[in-house]
Write a protein that binds this ligand. Sequence first.
Ligand code: ATP
Length: 329
Amino acid sequence: MKNQTITKIAVLTSGGDSPGMNAAIRAVVRACAFYEVACFGVYRGFQGLIEGDFKELGPRDVKYTISKGGTMLKTARSKDFMSEEGRKKAFEQIQKQGIQALIVIGGDGSFTGAYRFSREFNFPVIGVPGTIDNDIYGTSHTIGFDTALNTVIEVVDKIRDTATSHKRMFFVEVMGRDAGHIALNAGIGAGAEEILIPEEDIGLPKLLEKLKRSKASGKSSCIVLVSEGDKIGKNVFELSEYVQENLPEYDVRVSVLGHLQRGGSPTCFDRVLASRLGVKAVELLLQNKEGVMVGLQNQQVVTVPLEKAIKGSSAIDEELIRISDILSI
Ligand code: ATP
């Protein structure tokens, strides 16, 4: 399939949705139109690829989508694509439609599937990082991360209003099973007193000590931002019960932000990022480059081999942990 002039590209979104995915689809569709390449949207991620759920998209089909959250192509977690048989069916559908390259917008799971597919069938694939978790190696930002951060700080600011009025402590759980990027960045942005992330287990005694110190310093409220995957307590409710028992002077409450972090209109940052990465993905394919993820490093669009993006981990910024410790005095 490789090294032929590309005239037909397909694009899909896969895994968890993130704000800005529509802006990325729009950029791919319009760049294809600009370079006079046919563009097919695949509905429901890899599952739609297996079932041949494709539709040709022109530049007007993506109008008014740049400001919309979610993904107009829908997304899915496809069990069938995990098997060789499923991927073979997907390849047959692609051949039937005459598609010569695939752009996958999603997280590391989606990139793993895309990479396997490209190796098995010698098929050109480009990855565009779309996930709110920012947990992909090789890019400083994934599409949707900035919007999720802004959503979290808006909500935490509101929780702070009521926490201060009642002199309460709130444990606020945010998304991030394996990575604490949302908790750490939004925690600093919202002025959280403590931030608990999967990458660092400070231990319960130290947490209690820090919370006592915070109370003694005259603070009238306390916000602890907790990543879903933090290692210190079993879950945010058990954690808050433990703190309530050991620090009875506090009135402790819990708020789990959940899926609202995935939705909403993307920020300007995410729209611009998605636009840059979507256009670059198409241009790379037209230059016969493939097997890479497009990402952002030092504000520049870069390419990273898909294999590296999958295998590497996105380390937490230790400097941010230090900043948070200083500012929570
Ligand atoms: P997010 O991090 O936002 O959840 P993700 O892309 O990591 O996004 P996953 O559910 O891990 O989401 O993966 C999406 C889909 O990619 C899976 O449902 C499956 O179809 C495909 N996929 C994941 N891992 C593999 C794999 N090892 N082999 C083949 N396909 C895979």
